[in-house]
Design a protein around this ligand. Structure first.
Ligand code: GDP
Length: 204
């Protein structure tokens, strides 16, 4: 799919503030500093687009982007760091959990991990949560350019073993563009499935 248009739509800081469900959605999750903004900008080929979600006050919100007026990319707040006012921390779990569990138009979730770190407890928990709620997931190992070719292959093989057969694994580099096509193949499948009435029954 060629991205001809991508725009920031809105942000949600509380369950219920999401835009009305309509277009199919692909959510992107990952701990802070994993390379989430770089990933979104690189796969949409839009420099600076995801910067919107990093402006003060937005990092703890769910940010919605519309791509080609055809589907939404949903930038989930970074997890895995207990900073920020307590109130915001308390809001974080329910906000994301509610979205991932209940969103009728959510077609799949990209879980980002740093290729050099591997799967942590939070990612394992998240993948388990997604499996439990029958949400398709794609595991993307970011900054793969930081590993040599041999190490990258070993890492991806290990991750595939840890993630299980239901979760494909892709190595990605925002720097070199590696993995972009593979990511699009998976995301395109989710979005097209949705457009054609898809593999997943509509939820309420
Ligand atoms: P976010 O906090 O998850 O949105 O992470 P950013 O996209 O801001 O990236 C965090 C840091 O990792 C920045 O210094 C980026 O330049 C760097 N980074 C992100 N993606 C890549 C990549 O594919 N390769 C390399 N070498 N560095 C990356």
């Amino acid at each position: 799919m060629r991205v001809t248009a991508a725009r920031f739509e809105t942000a949600s800081g509380k369950p219920g503030q999401e835009p009305p469900a309509g277009l199919p959605e692909v959510a992107i999750a990952g701990r802070s500093n994993v390379g989430k903004s770089s990933f979104i900008n690189a796969f949409l080929a839009r420099r600076g687009l995801a910067r919107t979600s990093r402006t003060p006050g937005r990092t703890r919100q769910i940010n919605f982007f519309v791509v080609n007026e055809r589907f939404r990319v949903v930038d989930l707040p970074g997890y895995g760091f207990a900073v920020g006012p307590e109130r915001e921390r308390l809001d974080w779990g329910p906000l994301i959990e509610t979205y991932l569990r209940d969103r009728a138009t959510l077609r799949g979730v990209v879980v980002l991990i740093d290729a050099r770190r591997g799967l942590g407890g939070e990612e394992i928990e998240l993948l388990g949560f997604l499996a439990e709620h029958e949400r398709p997931a794609l595991l993307v190992a970011t900054k793969i350019d930081k590993l040599g070719r041999g190490a990258a292959t070993t890492t991806l093989r290990k991750l595939a073993g840890a993630a299980g057969r239901a979760v494909p694994v892709v190595g990605f580099s925002a720097k070199s563009g590696d993995g972009r096509d593979a990511v699009w193949r998976h995301l395109g499948g989710w979005v097209d499935d949705a457009a054609t009435g898809g593999h997943k029954d509509a939820r309420t």
